[in-house]
Write a protein that binds this ligand. Sequence first.
Ligand SMILES: [Ca+2]
Ligand SMILES: [Ca+2]
Length: 240
Amino acid sequence: MTRHPTSAAAGRPGSAVPGGASAAGFSLVEILVVITLVGLLMGFVVLAVGRHAEAGREADCRARLEALNLMAESYADRTGGYPPCRLDDLGVEGGRAPNEGIEAFTAALRRRDYGGKRPDERWYGNGDGDRADGLAAVDGSDALLELVDPWDNPFVYVTHERYEQPGVVELSSGGGREVVDARVERNPLTGAWHRFDSFQLRSAGADGLLGTEDDLANFELPEPGAAPPRAPSGDGDGGR
Ligand SMILES: [Ca+2]
Ligand SMILES: [Ca+2]
């Protein structure tokens, strides 16, 4: 049998090709390009997952606001008044700033003698860690619980009788924990209070700061930095 010369050596793994790369391997430049692309891709994935999670928390916050708003309306139908924003209105001594508004709201909906719908157990927190003797007789716990948003900050709850003195809340943000004035809002067009005859319920949003763009509430919030509201011209607000 006649044997013919072959060119197998040119096709073997590891044989040299122009440009410094090997036929079966990669040059250093190619490896660096791949590493860079993989890094960029992972960065985009992390960013997308983070945005998705934040959008989920915002939707959760809107759902909590809506549910709590309905529970407060139902409480009013059953008892003749909205949940109070002062603990002494529930016969509990020792209530104090911060967070008393939402603590009273929470205690009212947890009252042993209240037969209406109660908030989801996962929505309770006690960021300021306070307690009140005598509260256990009302709702079964001495801890002054707060209903919290998905970022674990207490909601701000103020009934219309207290809009002029809305109190203070303790919030956690990038700057740590801070006690700040609770915010209630007027309609910038009419100057009258939003929800003038009921209550304002609000979350400080993802940044944990009140009065910023990511705040959420049970009424339409004005744009941050909008012109200050006109002087009140009547009882109606047109912004419920
Ligand atoms: Ca508390
Ligand atoms: Ca905010």
